[in-house]
Design a protein around this ligand. Sequence first.
Ligand code: PMV
Length: 323
Amino acid sequence: MTTVTARAHTNIALIKYWGKRDAAQMLPATSSVSMTLADFYTDTTVTFLADQAADTFTLDGHPQPVPAKVTAVLTEIRRLAGWSRSAQVRSVNHVPTAAGLASSASAYAALALAGSRAAGLALSPQALSRLARHGSGSAARSIFGGLAIWHRGSGDSDSVAEPLPMPNLALRMIVVVVSAAAKIISSTQAMANTAATSPFYPAWVATNEAAAQQMVAALAASDFPRIGHLTEQSSMQMHATMLAADPAFTYFQPATLRVWQLVQELRAAGVPAYATMDAGPNVKILTLAAHVDAIVAKLTPEFGQQLRVTGPGPAATVLEERP
Ligand code: PMV
């Protein structure tokens, strides 16, 4: 049996994905746009074994119960390969918990690539993106390096990501770790609660789908102020839907707002810096290479130990294939 190891990098959405229109098929309410990051990735090794009763899973060397989302991706691979073998999955995260970033995007993209290759499948990048989506929506985008758009699509086959041309800009992201603790509520559950109860949610869907298209145009024009503005707006509008949910909730902590305030002060002083937050309290600051030092200098007195600077990273790749 072939053993395949693949690496995929995590990504941060500039235009967010928040909510599914079909949970079973993992179809998003809107399109989203992201940047894959250079410094954070997952390596996953998959072997299908004819004589093994059930799937097994280890994370960072520790055996774990197989997560339902891992089973979902493996089930889809078995359907595509037309066999019923069980899989041995070993995953190693190089998305340090201390970085406070979610690793589901890199994890399910690496699983889709390693698993499909181990099953003898040679899937196109679009088919890999579709497969990764069945594990975690954001993973659909981590198949690609640089910038990617995950299209809302009309159904299972075309709700996939594709790469976007890189703008003529030295994009950078500064991760400010406000808390490395596990999230208070999973993104899956938070999305479902928001979509079901927030009166702001329909407005979010309408606005964010248009924003995805506006972002594509801003990237094509290498218009950084516009890219940054759309990025911060998509994130804040996403978080606003949660404040209006029943029960109301937020991922923000006091330090989240403090970082955002510092980002606004930087902008007022002429430094292009834009904040984006996901399903947690940490802040990612989108900027250009030339302004990293000014932003780090501003944040260091309060957040010096909690800063990580990164840039655009590569597409998912196979690291090793052994017979
Ligand atoms: O696919 P998930 O469960 O990792 O959800 C991702 C949700 C956000 O990170 C908040 C937004 C996004 O588009 O990545």
